[in-house]
Write a protein that binds this ligand. Structure first.
Ligand SMILES: Cc1cc2nc3c(=O)[nH]c(=O)nc-3n(C[C@H](O)[C@H](O)[C@H](O)COP(=O)(O)OP(=O)(O)OC[C@H]3O[C@@H](n4cnc5c(N)ncnc54)[C@H](O)[C@@H]3O)c2cc1C
Length: 298
């Protein structure tokens, strides 16, 4: 177990913004995790997290070592299953399954997080959501929760509060990887053509409301290219906020707040953030106003 004090999230997160984590502990085994007197936050790959420039109090853990393992086995019904450590990166998971000729988790292609983060967020793409393949999750507290008991929904894993995922079991396909490969390749090419992947971001900032796209609503509100400091609402895809170099977390937050307010004012939609925001913020900026029915028209 290794730990760093006052370690900036900006060094670990995809947005390259965010102040010091009071205590960041790298844990390699479930026993390490249990030995910690308390876990306040979990950092996956930091591809969907925002903390203030002032930092975040408490103990944050990052899972590595044995918590990045991968085991393929047969279930009692003879179907193939994969048990993956929560700290395993999605890209590594997919590469290793591809080498074994195993398909089924292609919905994680291009999602730059960990297995734990994917379950916590019910990550997904045009190829599906991870919740469709999840069978169960194991937690730091020793609980094993079956998929049927998790109230998963679009971009929400429905985990109990404070639940730290240590591993997850998924159903996979021993055959069909070749077909999945071509769907993944097409999907990645489409993303490359439409998303600003050359600049640091956290992917889509808001969930898409039913029957519409957050990016379309933000663009219709005239905000493509709107910026605060060095954070900008992307000209390429308005649901992405990009760090043009040296942005601060407060700049990103101002973009989020402005997008939310202008979309509400122009179209009446209450956008729901997809990004997880932690820590204490200026109340004028965060949390977003609780008005109307989230995700729908006012
Ligand atoms: C370029 C880009 C493209 C993206 N495209 C997509 C996409 O297509 N689809 C999509 O769904 N997302 C996408 N994302 C967002 C992001 O990658 C996903 O939400 C991802 O699942 C987050 O995983 P993470 O490991 O980085 O989690 P983090 O960002 O580190 O954390 C996110 C949340 O998950 C929690 N968490 C992480 N690990 C655990 C654990 N072990 N136990 C309990 N809670 C945990 C954290 O505490 C936090 O609340 C994109 C991001 C980027 C930067």
């Amino acid at each position: 177990m290794r730990e760093l004090c006052q370690e900036p999230l900006a060094r670990h997160g995809y947005w390259r913004v965010g102040g010091p984590l009071e205590r960041l502990v790298f844990v390699d085994t479930a026993a390490d995790l249990v030995a910690l007197s308390g876990v306040d936050h979990v950092l996956g790959n930091g591809s969907n997290l925002l903390v203030p420039d002032e930092g975040l109090c408490g103990t944050t853990v990052k899972l590595g070592g044995q918590l990045r393992g991968l085991v393929v086995h047969e279930g009692a019904d003879g179907a193939a299953r994969v048990s993956a450590g929560a700290g395993l990166q999605n890209a590594v998971l997919l590469q290793r399954l591809d080498k074994l000729g195993i398909g089924g988790l292609g919905c994680l292609a291009g999602v730059p997080g960990t297995v734990g983060g994917a379950v916590a967020m019910n990550a997904g793409t045009a190829l599906g959501e991870i919740g469709e393949r999840l069978l169960s999750v194991s937690g730091l507290d020793g609980r094993v929760i079956a998929r049927a008991e998790l109230p998963m929904e679009y971009r929400s894993g429905g985990l109990p509060p404070g639940f730290v995922v240590t591993s997850a079991v998924f159903s996979v396909d021993r055959e069909g990887v070749a077909k999945e490969r071509s769907r993944i390749a097409e999907h990645l090419a489409r993303r490359k053509a439409t998303q600003p992947l050359d600049l640091p971001s956290c992917g889509s900032v808001f969930r898409n409301p039913p029957g519409d796209h957050a990016g379309r609503l933000i663009e219709a509100a005239g905000l493509k290219g709107w910026s605060s400091g060095n954070a900008r609402i992307s000209d390429r895809h308005a649901n992405f906020i990009v760090n043009c170099g040296g942005a601060r977390a407060i700049d990103v937050m101002r973009c989020i707040r402005t997008a939310w307010e202008r979309v509400y004012a122009t179209s009446g939609f209450c956008l729901i953030p997809e990004v997880h925001v932690l820590g204490d913020w200026d109340r004028e900026l965060w949390p977003l106003p609780a008005v109307g029915n989230p995700g729908t028209l006012r």
